[in-house]
Design a protein around this ligand. Structure first.
Ligand code: NAD
Length: 365
């Protein structure tokens, strides 16, 4: 039986997770057989268990096919030491399960094209993916220090490090992903000024030659890639890049699509040799939105679409994933909007948006 661990978290996390559970129930009524377990994460886990993610929760994570994560954080936790902060729970999950590949699709539903800061014709129908290396590079490299060098001067050092295996595995994940889409990968780095860029390109090329030549591979310098991303984003299919460039480029891509409440993501790890399953955590890009928590007005689409990614990448349920995406598009095409995407027009609640998506899902299958 397919199994999921639901980690709802804080703020609007439980609200959008409840909406997603209704979608999971829908598929279960049609025989999908998802087995669900639930655990606390983030501030909720700090309050009840003393840690933002407990060892027991990690153990449950080990036993399931995939994890769905809502959002964590809130102003009441801002004063806690770093390792007790809700966000540390998410970092611990990523590290524990070695989730090195972060997939962020940027999809622009036609009904929302006017919410983008770019012209409708540039973004309408956009469907690209940014694949970001998530566990290496300059955010983790040592030394990472600020030192006093005398004469009132300080020196800050961050270290960008990549080993062959880290580049190889993300490159192969990019080819795998592209094969299930439109068969094109654009690798971005700064080989003109960075040694990691030189190695990045070399290893991506080697991984391409080693059984992946059915996928078309291009290279771009990351600065020029950023420019191309806002000039003509539809030219891309899968963009693969390191942790730092991926952080920047995926936020640019997010802005192309309108609202934070619309964006799903997946973080994937290695295939477990015992179970044959790829470690996976699916989560909306947005945070816990304390400003609207408890009001029942959060947009559930990013969380529901994150479950859609789980259908696609963890469970191979491609027909169902496509139907769910079509149901979201149809709901938006009917003009239904939660407050974050209503732009002053009439807004509906989280429950009403979920009802509408379920209604359209019924029609789509
Ligand atoms: P946020 O994403 O929570 O909210 C930013 C703005 O977008 C807010 O106005 C919010 O109301 C709105 N918004 C976000 N998601 C929405 C949705 N689904 N529907 C409607 N509106 C939505 O970011 P923030 O305000 O910078 O952070 C709030 C808290 O969330 C902080 O504690 C932060 O550390 C945490 N955070 C957590 C994650 C995560 O869990 N992955 C990610 C980002 C921020």
């Amino acid at each position: 039986m397919p199994s999921l661990l639901l980690l709802a978290g804080d703020g609007i996390g439980p609200e959008v997770m409840a909406a997603t559970e209704r979608v999971i129930d829908f598929f279960n009524r049609r025989g999908a057989g998802f087995e669900l377990q639930r655990a606390l994460v983030g501030g909720a886990a700090v309050d009840a268990e003393g840690d933002p993610v407990s060892d027991e929760t990690l153990a449950i994570g080990e036993s399931v096919d995939a994890m769905l994560f809502g959002a964590v954080g809130g102003p009441q936790y801002d004063g806690l030491p770093y390792e007790k902060r809700p966000e540390a729970g998410l970092l611990r999950l990523r590290k524990h399960f070695e989730l090195f590949a972060n997939i962020r699709p940027a999809i622009c539903y036609p009904a929302l094209a006017d919410a983008s800061s770019l012209k409708r014709e540039v973004v309408e129908g956009l469907d690209i993916v940014i694949l970001r290396e998530l566990t290496g590079g300059v955010y983790f490299g040592e030394p990472k220090t600020i030192e006093d060098i005398g004469n009132g001067q300080k020196r800050a050092i961050d270290t960008q490090i990549y080993d062959t295996y880290e580049i190889d595995r993300i490159a192969r994940a990019a080819f795998e992903l592209a094969r299930a889409r439109n068969g094109r990968v654009t690798s971005m780095e700064k080989r003109n000024v960075m040694k990691t860029g030189v190695l990045w390109r070399e290893v991506v090329e080697a991984a391409h030659k080693d059984g992946n030549e059915d996928v078309k591979l291009d290279h771009m310098l990351a600065d020029s890639g950023a420019m191309q991303l806002v000039r003509d984003p539809k030219q891309f299919d899968v963009i693969v890049c390191d942790n730092l460039f991926g952080d920047l480029l995926s936020d640019i891509a997010a802005q192309l699509t309108g609202s934070l409440g619309m964006l799903p993501s997946a973080s994937l790890g290695a295939v477990d040799s015992k179970t044959g399953r790829r470690r996976a955590l699916y989560e909306p890009v947005h945070g816990s939105a304390p400003d609207i928590a408890g009001k029942g007005i959060a947009n559930p689409i990013a969380m529901i679409a994150s479950f859609g990614m789980a259908l696609q990448y963890s469970f191979g349920m491609i027909t169902e994933a496509k139907a769910l995406d079509a149901a979201i598009a149809a709901t938006l095409a009917e003009g239904l909007r939660t407050a974050d995407i209503a732009h002053g027009a009439k807004a509906i609640s989280t429950d009403e948006m979920t009802d509408a998506i379920l209604g359209n899902l019924e029609k789509a299958l």
